[in-house]
Design a protein around this ligand. Structure first.
Ligand SMILES: *[C@@H]1O[C@H](CO)[C@@H](O)[C@H](O)[C@H]1NC(C)=O
Ligand SMILES: *[C@@H]1O[C@H](CO)[C@@H](O)[C@H](O)[C@H]1NC(C)=O
Ligand SMILES: *[C@@H]1O[C@H](CO)[C@@H](O)[C@H](O)[C@H]1NC(C)=O
Ligand SMILES: *[C@@H]1O[C@H](CO)[C@@H](O)[C@H](O)[C@H]1NC(C)=O
Ligand SMILES: *[C@@H]1O[C@H](CO)[C@@H](O)[C@H](O)[C@H]1NC(C)=O
Ligand SMILES: *[C@@H]1O[C@H](CO)[C@@H](O)[C@H](O)[C@H]1NC(C)=O
Ligand SMILES: *[C@@H]1O[C@H](CO)[C@@H](O)[C@H](O)[C@H]1NC(C)=O
Length: 333
């Protein structure tokens, strides 16, 4: 009180400073966090289907080799049993390479270590307060392109031709990208369906890896053919997200027990699913909850956020993201 009497301006300034610390100015979208290295996965996380079973190291190409680059896209196999889901256009993206010198071809993709369900929702384990996530994703490189798989219900199309030297540069970048971008993020979160709407969070999944790869190739000088390239996004719509904290700050001894319980409650209907049907029945339940209560708890960069959900809540879109224009090639002529 006495301090306030003597120096109200300073007090106000201090108060504003404290307010600023509590509610720092956010920059949207929240940048995807890169890590120094990839931690070992917890033994609790057991893949039903081995990640990257035929994976191999990225080969070093002869510098003068000529390498064809293919856009590969097919419906997500986890979903392929539902006709309805085909209509949703939930697609998986990959990129193919073919060496002119050796005639060998290769596929490169980025996907979940423990499948989409595990990357999207956590496990609630007995005796553990915090939801437990098996949400790593990684790049997989292997010899061969399964033409039939991509062509039959999807796409296999030549997008550019690069040199062996460019391929080798790309391979270095893939190594870096794979070691530092570790966690799969299913959702894009934005303020409205409007094209110019604020994006609060960007997803980080298979198609983003392909987009980054194309961009890297463009930066290295690749010139892309004129091909329409559409990708799937799963979008949530919400008002400005509210930062809640990380596992320790929410579920640790200092945590807010009410908030911890609310988060666990929210994820309960998303317990691991044995069948695709079960997954969708529960997905409908949560959509109901999200729409009735306008709430969603998002886990992003290993941190929790509250999303004040709003109409139209969730959308799956299949939209064009054009092939990049190279920084080296766009100049001159
Ligand atoms: C998801 O993770 C759980 C826990 O490790 C595991 O039992 C299950 O097989 C995983 N699901 C898939 C489809 O890999
Ligand atoms: C990416 O990292 C995963 C996990 O460490 C590894 O299994 C995979 O082979 C790596 N992919 C590439 C293309 O190096
Ligand atoms: C990749 O190689 C396999 C095996 O030689 C061949 O069947 C397939 O047609 C090739 N695909 C492309 C796109 O080059
Ligand atoms: C293509 O779609 C049809 C009908 O949904 C399905 O029976 C077939 O197995 C799919 N092909 C591939 C290669 O996934
Ligand atoms: C979790 O948040 C607390 C408080 O903001 C911070 O001190 C701590 O370093 C964070 N822990 C991790 C693992 O990021
Ligand atoms: C704890 O969390 C609940 C639910 O988010 C919130 O209403 C309440 O104000 C929080 N309590 C404290 C002391 O921060
Ligand atoms: C691809 O995206 C464009 C523009 O975003 C859209 O007009 C078109 O309908 C999409 N194609 C398909 C097959 O959905």
């Amino acid at each position: 009180m006495r301090a306030a009497g003597r120096c109200p301006g300073l007090l106000l300034l201090l108060a504003m400073g404290a307010w600023g610390l509590r509610f720092p100015q956010r920059h949207w979208p929240v940048p995807y966090r890169r890590f120094d290295y990839r931690p070992k996965t917890d033994p609790y996380c057991q893949a039903r289907y081995t990640f990257c079973p035929t994976g191999s190291a990225v080969p070093v190409m002869k510098e003068k080799d000529v390498i064809e680059v293919y856009r590969l896209q097919a419906p997500v196999w986890e979903f392929k049993y539902g006709d309805l889901l085909g209509h949703l256009k939930i697609m998986h993206d990959a990129v193919g390479f073919k060496s002119a010198l050796t005639g060998k071809n290769y596929t490169m993709e980025w996907y979940e270590l423990f499948q989409l369900g595990n990357c999207t929702f956590p496990h609630l384990r007995p005796g553990m307060d915090a939801p437990f996530w098996c949400n790593q994703g990684a790049a997989c490189f292997y010899e061969g392109i399964d033409d039939a798989h991509w062509k039959e219900n999807g796409t296999l199309v030549l997008v550019t031709t690069i040199s062996g030297a460019m391929f080798n540069e790309m391979a270095k970048w893939v190594k870096y990208d794979n070691e530092t971008g570790i966690y799969y993020e299913t959702w894009t979160v934005q303020a409205s369906p409007d094209k110019k709407s604020t994006v609060w969070f960007d997803s980080y999944e298979c198609s983003k890896f392909i987009l980054r790869t194309y961009q890297k190739l463009a930066d290295l000088g690749a010139v892309f053919n004129k091909v329409q390239t559409n990708y799937t996004s799963i979008i949530l719509f919400s008002g400005e997200p509210i930062y809640l904290g990380n596992e320790t700050s929410i579920f640790g001894p200092q945590g807010n027990k009410t908030l911890a319980a609310a988060i666990r409650d929210f994820y309960y209907p998303f317990k691991p699913h044995k069948t695709v049907r079960e997954f969708f029945v529960d997905l409908l339940k949560i959509i109901d909850r999200v729409i009735l209560n306008h709430e969603f708890y998002l886990f992003y960069n290993l941190e929790y956020w509250f999303l004040p959900m709003k109409f139209p809540y969730l959308k799956i879109i299949y939209e064009e993201v054009p092939l990049p224009v190279g920084s080296k090639t766009s100049v001159g002529v």
